[in-house]
Design a protein around this ligand. Structure first.
Ligand code: IMP
Length: 180
């Protein structure tokens, strides 16, 4: 038994696994040409939600990549953004003058993306900073911000799977789904 009030049998597929995998190749090609060819790229995986996306995306990058991990939380156990960001672990090496790619699962209100972009620009002074998000809920935005690249624009509905969770569950699904 668990305290989960959603049944996986009710889940509807929004983005199938195959579409996600194809999109990774497309995104990696765009990212590849956006960084100087012979230079290293620091890929910042924003935990926990972007764990799957980031792990799969880096497999398609031909640059010399170094992966770093930071952890931020904004949802708690709800399906609405709390507007209350919790920076749980922002430990990073020196990224001054480095090529940096921030990898997010989804941009919803935009608060996390704004926080991260400002943090990196002000604190880390990278040579080049790019932001990629798998999903983009444009209609949920509370502040104006757009990623450099994104995979899919989706409606303002709560989605799970492929790293995204509800109450800690469903991250392991290979597709993106929602509860109607
Ligand atoms: P924002 O700061 O409101 O843009 O939210 C960003 C974070 O909220 C994401 O990195 C996710 O972890 C979480 N989030 C936003 N929308 C969803 C959703 O539909 N499902 C699961 N998590 C979400």
């Amino acid at each position: 038994m668990n305290n989960l009030d959603k049944d996986i049998n009710d889940l509807k597929i929004l983005i199938p696994e195959k579409d996600i995998q194809n999109k990774l190749i497309e995104l990696a090609e765009k990212i590849e040409v956006s960084f100087p060819k012979d230079e290293d790229v620091f890929v910042i995986c924003v935990l926990k939600g972007s764990v799957m996306f980031c792990a799969d995306l880096v497999k398609h990058l031909k640059h010399n990549v170094q992966m770093e991990f930071i952890r931020i939380s904004s949802y708690g156990h709800e399906t609405k953004s709390s507007n209350n960001l919790q920076a749980i672990d922002l430990t990073l090496p020196n990224l001054t003058d480095k090529n940096v790619l921030i990898v997010e699962d989804i941009i919803d209100t935009g608060l996390t993306a704004r926080f991260l972009t400002d943090l990196f620009k002000i604190k880390h002074l990278p040579k080049k900073l790019l932001f990629v998000s798998l999903l983009n809920k444009k209609s949920a935005r509370q502040i104006e911000i757009e990623p450099d690249f994104y995979g899919f624009e989706i409606d303002d509905k709560f989605v799970v799977g492929y790293g995204l969770d509800y109450k800690g569950y469903f991250r392991n699904l290979p597709y993106i789904g929602y509860f109607p």
